[in-house]
Design a binder for this molecule. Sequence first.
Ligand SMILES: Cc1ncc(COP(=O)(O)O)c(C=O)c1O
Length: 396
Amino acid sequence: MNPHLNLLQPYPFQRLRDLFQGLTPNPDFRHVNLSIGEPKHETPSIISEALANNLGGLASYPTTVGIPALREAINQWLQRRYSIPALDIDKAILPVNGSREALFAFAQAVVDTSGSQQPVVISPNPFYQIYEGAAFLAGAMPYFINTTPENDFVMDLAQVPPEILRRTQLVYVCSPGNPSGKVMDIQAWKTLFELSDQYGFVIASDECYSEIYFDEANPPVGALQAAHQLGRDFSRVVMFSSLSKRSNVPGMRSGFVTGDAALIEKFALYRTYHGCAMNPAVQAASIVAWNDEAHVIHNRTLYSEKFHAVTPVLQQIWPQTQLPDAAFYLWINTQQDDTLVARQLYQDLHITVLPGSFLAREAHGFNPGKNFIRMALVASPVETIEAAHRIRDYLK
Ligand SMILES: Cc1ncc(COP(=O)(O)O)c(C=O)c1O
């Protein structure tokens, strides 16, 4: 077997199950699960209807690049959302089956192990675990940059030794961030682009939370938008986007990658062999989803309601709780051992949260997730707000 497989770590949710072994949750309370980042708002009927109405597509094999109408719908959405010029839909846009598989596969296509030194893939820490596994299986060494309150949860690449940057072939960035919700500003993008120019690494920009934000007048800036605003082309920049969170269809598996056409072309070739073309019915439903913003605005309203209700309640017990820039997580410094807090909330209140240390690795002498918990405000407003009060009343 591929020896790199032995480097893969258990997923955080497996570790959570192990952590709760032997605990009996308080039977007086209904379970509220705030641990998994899985959208729970209703799937818009226009999307499920489009899926059902296009089942005839199952009679033919889809192509890796998808139908032009889907790539054009994505192209139009990109122009509306990011004010960037139209892209070449035949070269620069590729549908993928959710951003997860694409974030993983992209490293396999990008990383070149033919040199004398092991390549490096940079990842934020805490991070989405796919980045680490993708680096390992591509034969690279992950290098973690801790994102903490001290650096305002933004990766500080200036602290990376030049010998590491010289070996770096790929940098994963996540904005809005999971778990912090932090949105990178133009200055942070500028620094990243300049380092990419200097060292030649590719930027994989994970933007799957881009549509969950709280200020309608101020949507998170994206990688291509930042490049365009800075007067650059998209060399060595690829963004990953998804319908899962935007449109409440995590089970549909639909997203896209776009950016540097030369990289997308090679990635498309890789994917032809990988055999991951998108189901035709999903393509049809995705067109409907990308073309509609009303359901996305409604979705944001629900998140906004929950965040504005829950944040002040939890601030009463955990003063460092803050409304994030975007995404659907509260990333809370509890100032206590995060695994103990998670066990206590599960046992005494029947509420599941994710210990922050499970989302990070020990790097540069510490685990930057330690003492933090991640709460995904994905359940209904009533359930989520009730859970916050339950926690506040108990811990106060
Ligand atoms: C940071 C981040 N990136 C990517 C994904 C993958 O999302 P999807 O494959 O549904 O697009 C997730 C899912 O939770 C995530 O948290």
